[in-house]
Design a protein around this ligand. Structure first.
Ligand code: UD1
Length: 377
């Protein structure tokens, strides 16, 4: 019997890699990939670059509406759990795969372990917020990345002895792989040629955009693109385009508009090491991603978060992050300030030291022993 680890979507991979590496000597592990993400550039490349073991099982779920995707993962995960009878199911982050597998396990009274617990944007229009709240209610063992997360959990009635503040496993991955990052020049040359390397030579911004609230509605997306055009007049923008965003751009015909903006360089989604290189060498990052707010804080690169809120407040209070929303004047003012002054100087949050997975291992060894002695409930 194993501790069954679950991954499904891109932001899961950099979290599971250090956890599995830290646990492999002490704990029998298995890995289930739900197949929520399936393009080579959204998953296989990450397995390879991060040294994640081949999944024991791939549920090959693919894309669909939230209801369909969550239900499909549950239906396909249930027989896997029945056959393997895992000691526990370990889920990370806040994607649909996280809640779907946690729910299946919890109903079978298999303990759920949630890594990156307790983060809250307090915005239920965000599908991930619903996944976060529900997964934490189902989990027996909850590992947090910042102290505010623990406070959120306590407020929601989670027992204190289940909550462990261990730091940030995604930063374990970042520190582990930083020296192997692919140089920005290399990535730009490969996908855009010499002209892009030249244009970005004296500084560039990295942009990622994929939140449904920003990309799914054509008029909102049009507004963001016109804002990006104004930013690109100040600094070139390197933009690896998420598949959801690509589809939205094509649907609305805005892909043509984007192509005509000379200061924006659109790339296919890039691998982990390529992204690490692009971020590390940039003057600033513009993003609506959750993880990149943390990665930029760890790298000391200014981050402009194109959302109205964040579930990772420490990136704002201690790190380099500024949450701006998408109102043009606000974003431009923050970008201008970064370009002139270099932006906020952040510091590294507590326990973001590359050892979070080792702390998880230590807690888990004790916890697994207690399960063997009759369970922890
Ligand atoms: C998912 C997560 C989000 C995370 C993001 C990172 C949920 C609710 N959302 O959003 O939290 O920040 O992953 O990438 O779990 N597609 C492809 N190829 C793929 C995967 C997706 O083309 O390999 C396209 C499909 O058209 C799909 C769309 O992207 O419909 C959205 O994919 P989905 O996994 O539903 O959500 P993401 O937007 O990727």
């Amino acid at each position: 019997r194993t501790v069954m680890c679950v991954v499904g979507a891109r932001p899961n991979f950099m979290k599971i890699a250090p956890i599995m590496a830290a646990l492999e000597d002490s704990t029998p592990l298995s890995l289930v990939h739900t197949g929520q993400h399936y393009d080579i550039h959204m998953q296989a490349l990450f397995f390879q670059q991060l040294g994640i073991p081949e999944p024991d099982i791939n549920l090959e779920v693919g894309s669909g509406s939230h209801g369909w995707q969550t239900a499909e993962i549950m239906q396909r995960f249930e027989p896997v759990v029945d056959a393997a009878a895992p000691i526990a199911v370990l889920v990370v982050g806040d994607v649909n795969s996280t809640i779907a597998c946690a729910l299946v396990a919890a109903k079978k009274q298999i303990p759920v372990i949630h890594v990156e617990a307790g983060l809250r944007s307090f915005d239920r229009s965000m599908p991930e917020e619903i996944n976060r709240v529900l997964t934490d209610q189902l989990a027996q063992l909850l590992f947090t990345t910042e102290r505010a997360a623990g406070e959120n959990l306590l407020r929601e009635g989670v027992e204190e002895n289940r909550i462990h503040f261990v730091g940030n496993v995604m930063i374990d991955s970042l520190l582990d792989h930083r020296s192997k990052a692919v140089a920005a020049r290399e990535t730009l040359l490969q996908s855009k040629g010499e002209a892009a390397v030249e244009a970005c030579g004296s500084g560039y911004a990295v942009l990622t955009l994929h939140r449904p609230a920003n990309v799914d509605d054509a008029s909102i997306l049009r507004g963001i693109i016109s804002l990006l055009q104004r930013i690109s007049e100040r600094i070139p923008i390197v933009f690896p385009v998420h598949p959801r965003t690509k589809a939205a751009l094509e649907r609305s015909g805005l892909d043509q508009t984007l192509e005509q903006i000379s200061g924006i360089f659109c790339l296919s989604p890039v691998g982990y090491l390529e992204m690490l290189g692009l971020m590390s060498e940039s003057r600033l990052v513009l993003t609506d991603s959750g993880g990149m707010q943390e990665e930029t804080t760890a790298l000391g690169i200014p981050c402009v978060t194109l959302r109205n809120n964040t579930e990772r407040p420490i990136t704002v209070t201690e790190g380099t992050n500024t949450v701006t929303g998408i109102a043009p004047e606000r974003v431009l003012a923050v970008v201008d300030d970064i370009l002139v002054t270099g932006g906020k100087s952040g510091c590294t949050p507590e326990l973001w030291d590359g050892k979070a997975a080792l702390r998880i291992r230590d807690v888990m060894i004790g916890w697994l022993k207690s399960l063997g002695n009759g369970g922890d409930r």
